[in-house]
Design a protein around this ligand. Structure first.
Ligand code: DAH
Length: 358
């Protein structure tokens, strides 16, 4: 027979002697855990005769209850002591100078992206997205870049290490145009999307950074022609620069994924180091565009005899620089809060065409 009074004395001594929570828990497990002594006694009651059980039951249960209560009380004591010690160790020096006022702000690139999205949303465009790490098919092949074509080199592509099994080399997307491909392959026309996002090229100087932002646009429907493209883009640019109208020209260009292709320029004046739109004899290039090449439509499973479309792409950072007078591209990605405070926009005023864009 276990000497219950002695067991209780030992238990209470162990509980009182536990000087941290881990030690206390070890005592609890040894007494009340699945294979603990007290649990063993409780289990043993099953084998007792009814008389024995009537006598021993209350004694064992009482022991269990007193041990449980003692453990809980000790736990509170230990926790209180730990808190006291922490409070004593942590002091607040009220004589320290206050922190400068911290105020987050929106980066001009994101501000401009939001402005563009707001304008496009009003025109009925949805936002589409794609991955930053692309495969050759979406970034080049489907967009009608022939294999080994110098245009692939022109893009100064960042290649990832080849996959050890397939040998496939993924790329950091060099433009947002792969989102066109993904959209055409996953949706049925009519399609009207814009795809804002990060793009990457091995290039770094005053006007190029290895990471930059583009916004891509794609419209696919029946009977789409250059007139739709021109109206959409002149409206967009006028709204973006917050002028009534823009004097634009569409200068022939080449992109593998559009035919015909053009670059859109706005009339401007740069005299005195200041840029003024809609006057003067200079032209400011703002975006690339064109009618979606029939090969691209075919590569994406669309029949060019049935569907036509136009597409465009523009550099968002550059548009932000133009609109908000940022002279150098590089500080845009140096994460200097002073720069951000100078150019940043409040996060509490999202651009929308009704209350104003900027
Ligand atoms: N992807 C082109 C670039 O990065 C930009 C562009 C030009 C996109 C014409 C288009 C387009 O969708 O039609 O230089």
């Amino acid at each position: 027979m276990t000497d219950l009074p002695q067991l209780e004395l030992d238990l209470m001594a162990a509980i009182g002697g536990a000087d941290d929570l881990a030690a206390l828990d070890a005592v609890r497990v040894s007494a009340l855990g699945k294979t603990g002594v007290v649990s063993g006694l409780l289990k043993g009651m099953g084998a007792m005769s009814p008389d024995e059980r009537r006598e021993q039951g209350p004694v064992i249960n009482g022991l269990r209850d007193r041990a449980t209560a003692a453990i809980a009380a000790r736990k509170t004591e230990l926790e209180d002591a730990a808190l006291e010690a922490k409070l004593a160790a942590e002091t607040i020096d009220l004589s320290l100078p206050a922190r400068p006022r911290r105020k987050g702000s929106v980066h001009p690139t994101l501000q401009v992206m939001d402005e563009l999205i707001a304008i496009f949303a009003e025109m009925g465009f949805a936002v589409a997205e794609g991955p930053d790490i692309e495969d050759d098919f979406h970034n080049f092949t489907a967009l009608n870049f022939p294999p080994k074509h110098p245009a692939r080199e022109m893009h100064d592509t960042f290649f990832l290490k080849p996959d050890p099994e397939t040998g496939e080399r993924k790329v950091l997307r060099t433009h947002t145009s792969p989102v066109q491909v993904r959209t055409m392959m996953s949706q049925t026309p009519p399609i009207r999307i814009v795809a804002p996002g990060r793009t990457f090229r091995k290039d770094s100087d005053a006007t190029h950074t290895p990471m930059f932002h583009q916004i891509e646009g794609l419209v696919i429907d029946k009977g789409i022609h250059m007139g739709h493209l021109k109206t959409t883009l002149t409206t967009l640019v006028a709204r973006f620069f917050e002028v009534d109208d823009v004097q634009a020209r569409f200068r022939p260009h080449h992109f593998p994924f559009t035919e015909p292709s053009a670059e859109m320029d706005i009339r401007c004046d740069r005299s005195g180091g200041k840029l003024t739109l809609n006057t003067g004899e200079d032209w400011l290039e703002v975006l690339g565009c064109g009618m979606v090449h029939p090969n691209v439509l075919r590569n994406c499973g669309l029949d060019p005899d049935e569907w036509q479309g136009f597409a465009f792409g523009m550099g968002v950072d550059r548009l932000a620089m133009l609109k908000y007078g940022v002279p150098d591209l590089r500080p845009m990605f140096e994460t200097d809060v002073r720069w951000l405070a100078h150019y940043g926009f409040t996060a509490f005023q999202a651009p929308n065409p009704a209350s104003g864009l900027s």
